[in-house]
Design a protein around this ligand. Structure first.
Ligand SMILES: [Fe+2]
Length: 566
């Protein structure tokens, strides 16, 4: 078949990017003919890999980004197959994208079989994306579910060896990302000390403020081969934390946002959320409410996973100890009243009511909260929180108090007399009444509750108890992918001794690892929920060694709401 000269010229112009085209000029072509898929895809690259997300039992979101050489509306084709060679294509279609959504494309492919592995890819003309592997959720009785849990992936801080390690696995049902998928800082900001040497200087070089900034930041992260490999290997279920907007975000602002110099926080937040929804494969519960991403996933009768937003949609401003230091010392009553104020919100009343209804409706064995900040109580003696004394020195005094109390000096007695206070007011510890509401719901409904948390850059496991001391469930908290942990804050502490001392000092805390980067694998069966913490020995070299640092589990049933050894 021949095509006329003007048509050929038009296609050539499109290929060269000299004209913008409307929808329809993709693989699907301009009304048929063999005029050349090659021309249609010319100048277009798939630089940012593929991803899938938010699997349900019959559907999953597929994602890619096409980079055109000039402004255009692109019509991408997609294929989903039961085999990696694409011999048996199960579903196919097309999706358009344009500058309006930063050339990212998402398809929610429906009508799929439950608990099934699929392979997918995108194309335009002769250009084809990488191939991704994904999996739908199971229904009915399920023998086992395995989730890989990540948080705090800070590009300039180091190589994403943690992602690379997890991407090798084919025994994981889904990845969970608990937030801080990107960081907003400029090229000299937080955790950028090794960035130049690692060739991981943040782009753009400025702190992200505008939609264009956030889009560029996501684009940089998604050029990372290890992150691309993770996305290509398994579906991801993601929620944001604070750094997807700015450090220590709450509904009305953020620690790292100054309206005087950085303008409207609401505008920044809207830009950050738009870029997130463009770049993360996520099924919005309500497209008219872009800041509402809390949502649930059912893995048959084994597990209901409730992905929460403790950060952007309903959080009141964080308390600050500085506001409770008076001329006569720490105003403990004032602080206690404020932190226990029943009106104080972390999720907001709408999300809290939604979670309560989800917990009530689910009959699954396990109720898992995929959320950002530590829920377990982490009260630490005030002299340590305020860094008046090292953990080791405090431990020595505590040992003396236990073995030879008569020898305590007045200074040592004064140190021991100080109260234990939350070490992190940005976590659920700063929102005690809101935490009690969630714990009381789980207790009243007699649910097997597991909280998954990120945010701290350290690995933790704690018993979840309410303020009356009732055992409610457990918390498994993952270390970071790259962001620095306590080893950069408590530099004088030897990590193993430090972790041991913390578990001694903090009653609900059973495990701490504060110096290694990693991810967490949650293995759920009808008889137990086990967390395995996997760590890498370095993020400053491409070559690394991975190992499982610890495993802990919990058992179902009201008598078993605690951590137990494997
Ligand atoms: Fe973080």
């Amino acid at each position: 078949m021949t095509i006329d000269t003007s048509r050929r010229q038009f296609i050539r112009d499109v290929a060269l990017g000299t004209v913008a085209v409307g929808g329809g000029l993709g693989l699907a072509g301009c009304g048929g003919g063999d005029e050349g898929p090659a021309e249609a895809g010319a100048g277009i690259e798939f630089k940012h890999g593929v991803a899938s997300g938010d699997p349900l039992s019959d559907r999953v979101i597929l994602w890619t980004r096409a980079t055109p050489s000039a402004d255009a509306t692109l019509q991408l084709s997609w294929e989903l197959a039961s085999d990696p060679q694409f011999a048996n294509i199960v579903k196919s279609g097309s999706v358009s994208t344009s500058a309006a959504r930063d050339y990212t494309a998402q398809v929610d492919v429906t009508g799929l079989a439950a608990n099934t592995v699929y392979h997918y890819r995108f194309s335009i003309g002769s250009k084809r994306s990488a191939t991704g592997r994904t999996k739908t959720l199971p229904v009915g009785a399920v023998s086992q579910v395995r989730l890989a849990v990540f948080s705090c992936s800070n590009y300039p801080a180091g190589y994403f060896n943690v992602y690379a390690e997890a991407a090798k696995r084919n025994d994981v049902d889904a990845a969970l990302h608990l937030g801080d998928y990107i960081y907003e800082y400029d090229s000299t900001g937080y955790a950028t000390g090794d960035a130049a040497a690692l060739q991981r200087v943040p782009d753009p070089a400025n702190e992200t403020l505008t939609l264009a900034d956030y889009r560029r930041r996501y684009a940089q992260y998604r050029t990372d081969a290890d992150l691309q490999a993770l996305h290509a290997a398994m579906p991801m279920i993601a929620v944001w934390d604070d750094h997807e907007v700015a450090n220590d975000t709450w509904t009305g602002g953020a620690e790292n946002h100054d309206p005087a110099t950085e303008g409207s926080f609401a505008a920044r937040r809207a830009a950050a959320i738009q870029a997130y929804l463009e770049w993360i494969p996520l099924r919005q519960p309500d497209a008219s409410k872009p800041d509402q991403i809390y949502r649930s996933f059912d893995f048959g009768t084994l597990l209901s996973l409730h992905m929460l937003d403790t950060r952007q949609v309903g959080r009141d401003q964080q308390l600050s100890y500085a506001n409770y230091i008076t001329a006569s010392g720490f105003d403990a009553k004032g602080f206690t009243d404020a932190v226990g104020n029943p009106a104080r919100q972390l999720m907001g009343t709408t999300q809290t009511a939604w979670l309560q209804s989800k917990l009530q409706a689910s009959t699954a064995t396990w109720q898992v909260l995929g959320q950002q900040v530590l829920m377990a109580r982490m009260n630490v003696p005030a002299p340590i929180v305020t860094q008046q004394i090292s953990v080791a020195a405090y431990g020595a005094i505590a040992t003396k108090a236990a073995t030879a109390p008569a020898t305590l000096t007045p200074t040592e007695q004064a140190i021991l007399a100080q109260p234990a206070i939350p070490y992190n007011l940005d976590a659920w510890d700063g929102y005690a009444a809101a935490r009690e509401t969630v714990l009381a719901t789980a207790r009243t409904l007699d649910k097997n509750l597991i909280s998954l948390a990120g945010d701290t850059h350290n690995a933790w496991a704690s018993d979840l108890k309410d303020l009356s001391g009732n055992r409610i469930g457990v918390e498994f908290a993952t270390s970071s992918v790259t962001s620095p942990g306590f080893e950069t804050i408590f530099t004088a502490e030897e990590p193993t001794a430090f972790a041991a001392a913390l578990t001694q000092l903090i009653d609900p805390l059973q495990y701490a690892q504060t110096s290694l980067r990693g991810y967490m694998v949650l293995n759920l069966t009808a008889s137990e929920a086990r967390a395995d913490w996997v760590f890498v020995d370095t993020i400053l070299k491409r070559e690394y060694t991975a190992s499982t640092g610890r495993s802990l589990r919990t058992l179902p049933g009201a008598a078993n709401r605690k951590l137990v050894e494997v």
